[in-house]
Design a protein around this ligand. Sequence first.
Ligand code: GLN
Length: 454
Amino acid sequence: MNLDLSISQLAVKYRSGEVTPEVVVNECLENIERNNPELNIFITLRDKQELLDEARSVKFDTLLSGVPYVLKDAYVTKNIRTTSASNVLNNYVPDYDATVVRKLKEAGAILIGKTNMDAWGHGGSSENTDFGPVKNPWDQTRVAGGSSGGAAAAVSARMAMFAIGEDTGGSIRNPAGWCGISGLKVTYGRVSRYGAIAYASSLDSVGPMAKNVEDLSLILELIAGQDKLDATSSPNNVPIYSKNLNIAPSTIKIGVPFELDSQIKEAVGKLVSMGAQIIDISLPMLKYAVSTYYLLAPSETSSNLGRYDGIRFGQDRSNFTQESMRRIMIGTYALSAGYYDAYYKKAQQVRTKIIEDYNKAFEKCDVIIMPVAPTVATKLGELISDPIKNMLADLYMVTTNIAGIPSLAIPCGFEEGMPVGFQIQGPMFSEELLFKIGHQYQQVTDWHKAKPNL
Ligand code: GLN
């Protein structure tokens, strides 16, 4: 199947005329028709005829030309309904494109549809949605992870070549890990957030999800860069990441902050056998990560969601899910006079401590390796019925957003028949290094090639 190829392999076939975008779009649509009724990945699927017309008129200007992708429904799309998986925005049809969407359009990528998620990004299982839970392609009694669950499941189930997700506290990495694909949380400001529906503005990031690291690097070099429509987007030069993904492993110092589980330990072992060096580091503030994040993110979201008052945007505020209501209440409380110092301000102070932990660690090592999640994909119902467990599942992911640093999640094995992923975290703007290390790992392992039997 062409959807098993990497983006660069597909580009070669396009150019030789061996395969056409029409054929690949049709393959996506066949997989969607067969498996979407069960997996519940799409909120909005584009019209078939429109897609095939677009596929027939592709000009091969970039490596993404004619490459089908899906978009988490957290990005506005001109003339295509955008819901953020919430009934509050049930009928919202934007009249402009998010910058990431515009860039992919200009590159010739083909948008297949908008994918299901935890509404507003609130959650880690894609169950907190008004469109029904997303199911994991590897086991339909389990969740796909979240909040970009539909995006990850679509790539894993070969309904698209890649996806654009959003990560505020793990929402790209968690579903990537649980669905057995690769995903990148970028440095804060690396990709424009213009047109991204805001969750928590000091933590939100736009990033790619795909089968392998090489694909991620190709996508990032096209979507990254400064944007005058997003004042937080960085003016830093965007490297052509995919040009050289090689690195001598003997030059890499890997920081390991605690005893790792079997699969992750094996992944580190693999890198060590190639010559990488292990450095013991400590991140003492990690134990405060979840509490810090769950004050900062709800505080910011309670403020961001204030615009959906039914007058400017939105239908009916009573349509917020329970999970969103919980966050709005926590956030409003933490920001209120009298509690501000004890909660919001304290969380901001701990945020600085977490940044200091990372700065100290990166004096000794180049990157840090840790798991994506403490468990494999949970059973449907398990996280949505237990809000504390739901928060604790984010333990290893939230510190990177708090510190603004990038983190690459890639598959490294299976447990209970389900994919397991690990993270490679690096200093600000170290995406190039993360790609190189991740790519070297994928040169000597095949975990990223495994796919669910559907
Ligand atoms: N699970 C985290 C939360 O619910 C992450 C969400 C995200 O990154 N959008 O806040």
